[in-house]
Design a protein around this ligand. Structure first.
Ligand SMILES: Nc1ncnc2c1ncn2[C@@H]1O[C@H](COP(=O)(O)OP(=O)(O)O)[C@@H](O)[C@H]1O
Ligand SMILES: [Mg+2]
Length: 486
């Protein structure tokens, strides 16, 4: 039963030891066509180049000589460029002294490899340098997957062994003052570029450390791009723009990686520039373009288990900061209550995302978050609060072909008996698959000509654009009648 654990692979090391050199990556990984970047940025070498055995022998020799020569603590004080220069000089000398015969380009590659191992994230570097990757998933030393354009691909990236991988994990998390080892095997961190990192180490991860990186997108997608990708139609885009502008309270619902944060970011793009916006996030991802934004970020407890600032603390504090809109990156817990209160008390136009698979489920998730927050409110009161606060639920979905789509734009109308009533405005309907297995479908209006937020739209003089977009999104049946809601 314990046979799968690679015992002794991971030793609990203090953060300081993170700087200890990983052994050079000595395996020659198989390059896989699928893992090749379509357009790799200039800095990125091929992720899975196969080198001769000789190259790896030379690398090991040079690497070991370097470690003997170099003062690691001094090196750590230099900035990246200076440290590279230093390593370049020493490696050059070692190559001369050891009489290694190598072409200039081989030398450059060797240097790059060694710098990546010493200063950076080793075999991960080429993947980190690529802008087209959404996620990097390392499952132990010999298996690394990436997600590109919505599709999971296995790469040829290998680590020398689990120890090298663990050292790299350690180096990543020590940058944010944390530690990952047997005693605290789960850790969240962030790379300097904003990418989110999770590490779970043995003994919890049975086959070596599992490292997951959600790469930070320098340029978040825009509504225009979402339209180009077929995630929304022109009409749905117009409707979303209006929803964002006219200060509807919005929940964006969807599964992990379905594009919730992307949609939230797009919606914030429609906010007028004279509004004061406060964002609360667990790790800052939103990129608001408005001039008047205050960004807040929650904080996990430190090593001693102290100093935690929860999302709820942030949202509560936010209310004292005279916000006009509050944007909560992801609503996961009792802060749901405070967000709804804010929405109810003059901060309309507030927004948040939440993990649920349908608009209906989003409502029940909100209810249970509030119930579990210990507020001791009757369920009916909670429902009234939810239905009185939320105007619109936008459902995002990652489809089985890897594409991401908005599948519902739904209004929250009110209560009927004990049930919250919802009304779909736009739904995505799957009509079939094409020859390549891609999903075919259409976004269509459900025939609602005058949505509940019509008056709001009128106030902002957006009512004509709204009715036009809804009408244009209608699909009629053979007798010319709108198809209506499903
Ligand atoms: N409509 C879309 N089409 C293509 N890629 C998308 C789309 N929406 C999001 N993405 C990409 O999917 C990844 C996950 O998106 P994100 O918004 O962070 O998801 P979530 O917040 O639901 O976890 C990101 O890399 C993002 O750029
Ligand atoms: Mg998100």
């Amino acid at each position: 039963m314990f046979g799968r654990r690679s015992s002794g692979d991971v030793k609990g090391r203090p953060a300081a030891a993170a700087a200890a050199m990983p052994p050079p990556s000595s395996t020659a990984p198989e390059p896989r066509a699928a893992a090749r970047p379509a357009a790799a940025p200039a800095r990125a070498p091929e992720p899975a180049r196969r080198h001769s055995e000789e190259y790896y022998d030379v690398k090991t020799t040079v690497f070991n000589a370097l470690i003997d020569t170099i003062d690691l603590t001094q090196l750590a004080k230099l900035d990246g460029q200076a440290a590279r220069e230093e390593i370049r000089d020493i490696v050059g000398e070692i190559i001369q002294v050891k009489n290694v015969v190598m072409s200039i380009s081989e030398q450059e590659e060797l240097l790059e490899d060694i710098c990546n191992d010493v200063l950076g994230y080793g075999p991960l570097e080429p993947l980190l340098a690529r802008d087209d990757i959404a996620d990097i998933m390392v499952n132990g030393a010999s298996t690394t997957y990436i997600e590109v354009a919505g599709k999971m691909q296995q790469t040829g990236v290998h680590f020398a062994d689990n120890q090298q991988l663990m050292n790299i994990c350690q180096r990543i998390v020590s940058q944010v003052g944390r530690r990952v080892d047997e005693a605290s095997p789960i850790c969240d961190a962030r790379l300097p570029d904003g990418s989110r990192v999770n590490v779970i180490a043995p003994p919890l991860a049975l086959d070596g450390p599992a490292l997951t990186i959600r790469k930070f997108k320098k340029d978040r997608l825009t509504l225009d791009q979402l339209q180009r990708y077929g995630s929304i139609t022109a009409q749905a885009k117009t409707i979303l723009e209006i929803i964002g502008r006219v200060r509807c309270n919005v929940l964006i619902s969807g599964g992990t990686g379905s594009g919730k944060t992307t949609l939230l970011n797009c919606l914030t793009g429609c906010i007028d520039h004279d509004e004061r916006i406060i964002t609360c996030e667990d790790s800052a991802e939103l990129q608001l373009q408005q001039p008047h934004v205050v960004r807040l970020e929650s904080r996990p407890p430190n090593l001693e288990g102290e100093g935690e600032i929860t999302m709820r603390d942030l949202v509560k504090n936010c209310l004292r900061m005279r916000p006009e809109r509050i944007i909560v990156g992801e609503v996961r817990g009792p802060e749901a209550f405070d967000l709804l209160q804010a929405m109810n008390t003059g901060h309309d136009g507030s927004m948040g995302t939440l993990h649920a698979n349908s608009p209906r489920e989003a409502i029940s998730r909100l209810e249970s978050m509030i119930m579990m927050g210990g507020y001791n409110l009757p369920i009916r009161t909670i429902r009234e609060m939810v239905s009185g606060s939320i105007d619109i639920i936008i459902q995002a979905s990652r489809m089985r072909d890897g594409s991401r789509r908005v599948t519902h734009i739904t209004e929250v109308l009110g209560m009927e008996g004990d049930t919250v009533t919802l009304q779909n405005l736009i739904v995505y309907e799957i009509t079939g698959d094409d020859a390549n297995g891609r999903i075919l479908g259409r976004h269509r209006s459900t025939g609602i000509a005058r949505p509940a937020f019509y008056e709001r739209a009128e106030y902002y003089k957006e009512q004509h654009r709204l009715t036009e977009a809804l009408a244009a999104a209608e699909v009629t049946d053979s007798t010319g009648n709108p198809l209506g809601d499903v």
